[in-house]
Design a binder for this molecule. Structure first.
Ligand code: NAD
Length: 317
C-alpha cells in the first residue's frame, strides 16, 4: 500500500482561524512521561513514527508530563521528522502543584522546551491548566507574553488549556487566543463542553482541541490510574460498560474514541498512544461509524457515573 493510500482515511480540519490543518486524531504525548506507568520508550518511538506515517500530524506535549521526560523523549523521536508535524507544548505548569504563569517564566519555559524538543519554533504554545493560575495574571500577563513570542516568530499560535470549560471561555473572552484545549469534558462519560465552551469557541472561530477521549484512561479495560480524580462511581460505571461491551465482543475504548471523533466542531481529538497497537486500533476507527443505539445502551449502563465532574484549580467554575 502506498503512503498516500495509507493516509486516505485520515481527515484534517482547520484549527479555528489558524492556518494549521490538524489531523482528526492527535497524538497526546503525556504517556511518554510515564504518567500511566512506565512505557517502553523504543516501542513508543515506533508508535510515534507509525502515527506520523499514517497521517497523524498533531502532537501535544508539556514540560509537566513526567517532569520534562515526555518532551525529552518526543524531541528524540521527532529527530528528522519535525517538519512533518504540528508541534504543541505548554507553559505555566511544572509539577502537581508547581505553577508559574509569570511573563518571565513564559519566556524561559519556551527556551527550555525548544531545547528539549530539539527545534527552534513551536506551532502552538499553550498556557497549561490556567485554572490553577491567578485569572487576572493569565489574562493580563501570561497571554500577552505569549503573544509577544508569537510576534517574534518563535511560536506560530497561542492557546490555553484546562479543565473548567466556563473558565476557559471566560479567559479567552478577555484575552483572545488562537486555540483552547479542553479535557475530560467531552467523551462518553461527560459532555458539558458543549454547553458553553463549544458555542463560544465556534462563535469566535477559536480552534477547539478535545483531550482525554478515554477520560484519562478510565474508559479502558485496564481502568484509570491511581491518581485519577473521578469519584469511585465513575470507575465502576466504566467497568460495567467494559463488561457490557466485552460480552458483545466489543471494545469500549474504541467506541469511546469513535464517539469523540464525531464531534462537529472539535478539530482534533488527542489520545495517548504509546504503543503501535494503540495507534493501529485507534486509526482503524477512522473507517468505522458510531452506532447510536449502542451508545444509548452504553450510556444506560453507565448512568450512575455520567456527568460527574470534580473541582480543579482555584475557582469553582
Ligand atoms: P487518554 O484518555 O487519551 O488515555 C490515555 C491512555 O489510554 C494511555 O494509557 C493509552 O495507552 C491508552 N489507550 C490509547 N488508546 C487505547 C485503546 N485503543 N485501547 C485502550 N487503551 C488505549 O488520556 P490522556 O493521555 O490524558 O489524553 C490525551 C492527551 O491529551 C494527553 O496525552 C495530552 O497531550 C492531552 N491532555 C492535555 C491536558 C491539558 O492540557 N490540561 C489534559 C489532559 C490531556
Amino acid at each position: 500500500m502506498s503512503a498516500n493510500a495509507k493516509n486516505q482515511a485520515m481527515e484534517y480540519r482547520k484549527l479555528g482561524k489558524t492556518e494549521l490543518l490538524v489531523s482528526l486524531i492527535g497524538y497526546g504525548a503525556s504517556p511518554l512521561g510515564d504518567v500511566y506507568g512506565a512505557i517502553d520508550s523504543r516501542e513508543a518511538e515506533m508508535a510515534a513514527h507509525l502515527a506520523i506515517d499514517r497521517g497523524v500530524n498533531f502532537f501535544d506535549v508539556s514540560p509537566y508530563y513526567g517532569l520534562n521526560l515526555a518532551e525529552e523523549r518526543l524531541g528524540q523521536y521527532l529527530l528528522g521528522r519535525r517538519e512533518k508535524v504540528i508541534l504543541a507544548t505548554k507553559c505555566g505548569r511544572y509539577g502537581l502543584s508547581d505553577f508559574d504563569f509569570s511573563a518571565k517564566r513564559v519566556v524561559t519555559s519556551l527556551e527550555e522546551s525548544l531545547r528539549r524538543l530539539k527545534t527552534d519554533y513551536l506551532d502552538l504554545f499553550q498556557a497549561h491548566d490556567v485554572e490553577f493560575g491567578d485569572v487576572s495574571q493569565v489574562i493580563h500577563e501570561t497571554i500577552p507574553a505569549m503573544r509577544k513570542l508569537q510576534e517574534q516568530g518563535k511560536v506560530r499560535y497561542i492557546g490555553i488549556t484546562g479543565y473548567p470549560p466556563k473558565l476557559l471561555a471566560r479567559i479567552a473572552g478577555q484575552a483572545p487566543v488562537d486555540t483552547i484545549l479542553s479535557y475530560c469534558h467531552y467523551n462518553l462519560l461527560v459532555t458539558d463542553m458543549d454547553e458553553v465552551l463549544t458555542p463560544f469557541a465556534e462563535s469566535q472561530e477559536i480552534g477547539l482541541i478535545n483531550a482525554s477521549a478515554l477520560h484519562m484512561g478510565v474508559l479502558t479495560e485496564r481502568g484509570g490510574p491511581d491518581w485519577h480524580p473521578a469519584p469511585p462511581v465513575v470507575h465502576e460505571a466504566s467497568r460495567n460498560a467494559v463488561e457490557f461491551c466485552r460480552k458483545r465482543g466489543l471494545n469500549l475504548s474504541k467506541i469511546a474514541l469513535r464517539f469523540c471523533l464525531d464531534h462537529p466542531y472539535v478539530s482534533s481529538t488527542l489520545i495517548g498512544m504509546p504503543t503501535r497497537a494503540n495507534v493501529q486500533a485507534n486509526l482503524a476507527l477512522l473507517r468505522e461509524k458510531t452506532d447510536p443505539e449502542l451508545i444509548r445502551e452504553i450510556l444506560a449502563v453507565m448512568a450512575p457515573g455520567l456527568n460527574c465532574v470534580w473541582p480543579s484549580g482555584r475557582t469553582a467554575e
